[in-house]
Design a protein around this ligand. Structure first.
Ligand SMILES: Cc1cc2nc3c(=O)[nH]c(=O)nc-3n(C[C@H](O)[C@H](O)[C@H](O)COP(=O)(O)OP(=O)(O)OC[C@H]3O[C@@H](n4cnc5c(N)ncnc54)[C@H](O)[C@@H]3O)c2cc1C
Length: 329
């Protein structure tokens, strides 16, 4: 690993002063738990001169639920605390379930909310130091014609990565917002808009985070009355693993009829994939198995599998049906 200077700001103001201009983006990197960043450095995928360690920033590890049920998750909050918080699991089960599905206890004890939402793709070509793929400034996404079992079936092109975070689909389904701070100002945007498709933005990046910005916290609005939610994830290994496919689902059902629904897919697209057509279809339909089957078909109707990942279509459809069945039985 290349030697680097460790900067340990004592306040957010100090941290923001130290963030780089866009031209120096590669020189300075923010580090939280380091579970992803250090791996990238050891593999020489990135070689920053300076690391900006956020761990001394006061209040960045908070988990608050206010009287109205609105939730605040600090960027440095560990995934373990999200997974284990009884109040959060009661009001927003999908968030706790997603956090608990991540990696192992040891990784959850160190990995943070901000790090999980900003972790880099796990595509084998991106992670291989010898593969100069599109995500690293090359001209081609090798997975399109190459090894693509784990890659995107929705929203792909020109890069076919899938977003690796489990927390992200759950938080998008919960309607979360992220707060981004930079020197002198901050902005808030829906988490859904934080992620960008490779075809819509810079294929080297997955988010709209500026080089001079830090994600400070996530806000989740209080769930609507009667809202039930769950997160289901399918992994290749029984022990810790990333999602081959996952589903974050939420429903309000009244008198046997769906009043509103949220459906976000993970592991199948470069961003948490909101299945809006399926959500719209569900509103006003009877809460029954045939409805879930049709919603699942709609959610995957635009899938464009690559040579080795067609299995993700049926897998995602099954997870959707199971998630809605779980919420209504
Ligand atoms: C073996 C293994 C298995 C895993 N399995 C899963 C899994 O199943 N599901 C899953 O979702 N994840 C999984 N992960 C990923 C793991 O959850 C993430 O690596 C972890 O959440 C990253 O958190 P961190 O705090 O260590 O981030 P870091 O490694 O410190 O940072 C990760 C990235 O986020 C940026 N960053 C961190 N904080 C901020 C901030 N506040 N503002 C802006 N940018 C920031 C960093 O610059 C860096 O680019 C796995 C990781 C490993 C090593």
């Amino acid at each position: 690993m290349k030697a680097f200077e460790l900067l340990r700001p004592a306040s957010l103001e100090q941290a923001l002063e130290l963030l780089p201009k866009p031209a120096d983006r590669e020189r300075v990197r923010v580090v939280a738990g380091g579970q992803d960043l250090y791996t990238e450095m050891k593999d020489r995928l990135i070689e920053p001169d300076q690391l900006l360690d956020l761990k001394r920033l006061a209040g960045f590890d908070r988990l608050e639920i206010d009287g109205a049920g609105n939730v605040t998750l600090g960027a440095l909050l560990t995934l373990s605390r999200v997974a284990e918080h009884a109040g959060l699991r009661a009001s927003l089960p999908l968030v706790g379930e997603a956090a608990l599905s991540i990696a192992s206890t040891q990784i959850r004890n160190v990995g943070t909310v901000g790090g999980n939402l900003n972790q880099r793709p796990r595509c084998w070509y991106y992670r291989h130091p010898g593969a100069h793929c599109l995500k690293k400034g090359g001209s081609e996404c090798f997975s399109k014609e190459g090894f693509n079992k784990y890659n995107a079936i929705l929203g792909g092109g020109p890069s076919y990565i899938v977003h690796p975070s489990d927390l992200a689909p759950a938080l998008v389904a919960a309607g979360a917002e992220v707060v981004l701070a930079k020197k002198g100002s901050s902005r808030t945007l829906p988490l859904e808009q934080y992620y960008t498709l490779p075809r819509d933005g810079d294929p080297l990046r997955e988010t709209v985070l500026g080089s001079d910005e830090i994600l400070t916290h996530v806000r989740i609005p209080a769930p609507a009355a009667g809202w039930k939610s769950t997160y289901l994830k399918f992994k290749e290994r029984g022990s810790f693993d990333f999602a081959l496919a996952s589903v974050a689902a939420g429903l309000v059902v009244e008198a046997g009829v769906v009043r509103s629904a949220r459906l976000v897919l993970g592991g199948v697209a470069p961003i948490p994939w909101r299945a809006k057509a399926a959500e719209e279809f569900l509103a006003g339909k009877p809460a029954q198995p045939a409805t879930w089957r049709e919603a699942a078909a709609i959610a995957l109707s635009k899938a464009e599998p690559l040579s080795d990942n067609e299995y993700k279509v049926a897998l995602s459809q099954n997870l959707i049906e199971r998630a809605f069945t779980r919420l209504t039985t």
